[in-house]
Design a binder for this molecule. Structure first.
Ligand SMILES: C[S@@+](CC[C@H](N)C(=O)[O-])C[C@H]1O[C@@H](n2cnc3c(N)ncnc32)[C@H](O)[C@@H]1O
Ligand code: SF4
Length: 373
């Protein structure tokens, strides 16, 4: 059986305050049981390794929630276990999501000592009014301070998350946000357009959003500024210096395997029984009280497999090769293409043997994706 590259996602489910746009599995809780959670993660990992085998991870990603709330010492048992089993090395990309409102907790050096070598900082905007509209717990100065401090202590692989199309944002504000990023010289930028998700405060009480025209101006101007920073637009919302692409996310987009541990975490694994998705219980209290960590498994049918692989691969500007599609789904790409009536003008074969969206198709990717489902 083919063994695909495999990553590990670790979910940390707590936040100081829930943001009104956020539908991630994140919970406000005073004094979470970090020590107990750190031990539970080791038991959870062990259960997955027993079921799916131990092969080294290409990357680790601590996502949230707010992983930067987590005291580094309680992650030591997890790192110890991963090192004992040779599942990570000094070359493994290990990312942790950090919220600038947690800088005062002084955890960053501890993360570096553990072997975490990349930070993804959730800034969203540097504009004080926009930050208030987004319910963020930090201001501009804290965001700049976290980026500068992270660089000063040796995190040279840094991603910053910014959002556009948010309440209160004008093209000028978006431009100012990007100019601050240019001066801070980060190697990776995720520039997301705000989406209003069900089960969020913004969904129940919609805010006033910028008009379509203003969004278009922002997008065009934004692409130019980001280009001028020397960051390449390699995925719908991701920009990086050459060689600084997020390896963990590339593994998702190229439909590699990943184990997902922690409350509410998802995994995707290729097994002898086919490709399965796994999901952990979402509530941190349920997760912490578990004695059996075997995740719920859902098999993926052939139709879903092909569509999911393509939906991920097309997010990349370079698309996904037929060879990769075939390896990761077991399906014939030519037959798949014919069966799904994929329009040739939207999916160009710029390089023979690849599924790749045209420039126009890429900008309207959601419409292409709708045709697949
Ligand atoms: C799980 S959050 C983690 C970062 C960290 N918790 C924080 O907010 O600082 C990952 C990123 O997704 C983006 N995001 C979350 N909800 C979004 C939404 N509804 N629309 C667009 N981007 C969103 C934000 O940029 C956020 O930083
Ligand atoms: S801090 Fe991040 S994960 Fe937490 S609620 Fe806000 S956006 Fe969501």
């Amino acid at each position: 059986m083919i063994s695909l590259p495999r990553a590990l996602y670790i979910h940390i489910p707590w936040c100081i305050r829930k943001c009104p746009y956020c539908d991630f599995n994140s919970h406000e809780q005073a004094n979470p049981d970090f020590a107990g959670y750190g031990r539970a993660l080791v038991r959870d990992l062990n259960a997955d390794l027993e079921r799916y085998g131990s092969i080294p991870f290409v990357s680790l990603f601590f996502g949230g929630g707010t992983p930067s709330l987590f005291p580094p010492q309680y992650l030591e048992p997890l790192f110890q276990r991963l090192r004992d089993l040779d599942l990570i090395s000094d070359h493994t990309e290990i990312t942790l999501e950090a919220n600038p409102g947690t800088l005062d907790r002084g955890h960053l050096s501890g993360y570096r000592n553990l072997g975490i070598n990349r930070l993804s900082i959730g800034v969203q905007s540097f504009n004080e009014e926009v930050l208030k509209e987004l319910g963020r717990i930090h201001d501009k100065d804290q965001a700049v301070a976290m980026i500068e401090h992270a660089k000063a202590i040796g995190f040279d692989r840094l991603n910053v998350d910014l959002m556009h199309g948010t309440p209160g944002q004008t093209p000028l504000i978006a431009q100012e946000d990007l100019n601050i990023i240019r001066n801070l010289e980060v190697s990776h930028l995720s520039w997301y357009q705000l989406t209003i998700e069900p089960n969020t405060a913004f969904y129940s009480k919609p805010p006033t959003l910028p008009e379509e025209d203003s969004l278009e101006v922002t997008e065009e101007m934004g692409s130019e500024i980001i280009n001028a920073m020397g960051l390449e637009h390699y995925e719908v919302s991701a920009f990086a210096k050459s060689g600084e692409e997020a390896r963990h996310n590339l593994n998702y987009w190229e439909f590699g395997d990943y184990l997902g541990i922690g409350a509410g975490a998802h995994g995707k694994i290729t097994t002898e029984r086919g490709v399965v998705r796994t999901q952990r219980t979402r509530q941190p209290s349920n997760y912490l009280s578990r004695t059996n960590f075997h995740a719920t498994e859902h098999p993926l049918s052939d139709g879903h497999l092909g569509a999911e692989c393509l939906m991920n691969g097309l997010r990349l500007k370079s698309g996904i090769s037929y060879a990769c599609f075939q390896e990761r789904t077991g399906l014939d790409p030519i037959e798949f293409r014919a069966a799904h009536l994929i329009e040739a003008d939207r999916l160009q074969l710029l390089n023979p043997g690849r599924f790749q969206a045209s420039e126009l198709g890429w900008r309207h990717l959601n419409r292409i994706l709708e045709m697949l489902i």
